[in-house]
Design a protein around this ligand. Structure first.
Ligand code: HEC
Length: 146
């Protein structure tokens, strides 16, 4: 009996060390900072609209598939990777819808920031980009950028 008790204690100790270890790992990143594969922290705090139009919802899916890897979740940008599109620079009067189509098709030569060039994005149609623009505009409006 004594031997089994000892074994149980040893197993419990090993398991709790395991929990302690993973628990420590999990608290590494504060949850309010959105991080992506590239690891850059969000650059702006994006207020999410209460609802998205049907087109914006389609755009969100395309954005998350093709753009968020650089521009971050909710287009909040990523430190060291790419700028937030929810930003006054990208308001409609300064970067109209055509700027988005051109960016996706031809890429962008770095000029507003120091992240380097944006490469052309493969596998997005003009139709996809229109939906992405609808999505980004609704995010912008929810953040007072018109
Ligand atoms: C590989 C990283 C990367 C990806 C993927 C990416 N971008 Fe960019 N994008 C950038 C960077 C970096 C800039 C900033 C260039 C600068 O300095 O002005 C930028 C700038 C832009 C601009 C501003 C263009 C201008 O005229 O100034 C738009 C619009 C844009 N991106 C839209 C998109 C959209 C839409 C997608 C997805 C279809 C996308 N980006 C995917 C990195 C990326």
């Amino acid at each position: 009996m004594g031997r089994y008790t000892l074994l149980a204690v040893a197993v419990a100790a090993i398991i709790s060390v395991g929990f302690w270890w993973t628990g420590d790992d999990a608290t590494d990143a504060p949850s309010e900072i959105v991080q992506s594969r590239s690891g850059g922290a969000a650059m702006v705090q994006v207020v999410l609209p209460e609802t998205l139009s049907a087109n914006a919802k389609i755009g969100q899916v395309a954005f998350e598939a093709k753009c968020a890897v650089c521009h971050g979740a909710n287009a909040a940008g990523q430190d060291g990777v790419a700028p937030p599109l929810v930003h006054k620079i990208y308001e409609p009067s300064h970067h109209g819808d055509a700027a988005f189509l051109l960016a996706a098709k031809n890429g962008v030569r770095a000029h507003h920031w120091r992240f380097g060039n944006m490469p052309a994005v493969d596998g997005v149609t003009d139709g996809d980009v229109k939906m992405i623009v609808a999505y980004v505009r609704e995010l912008q409006r929810a953040n007072g950028i018109e």
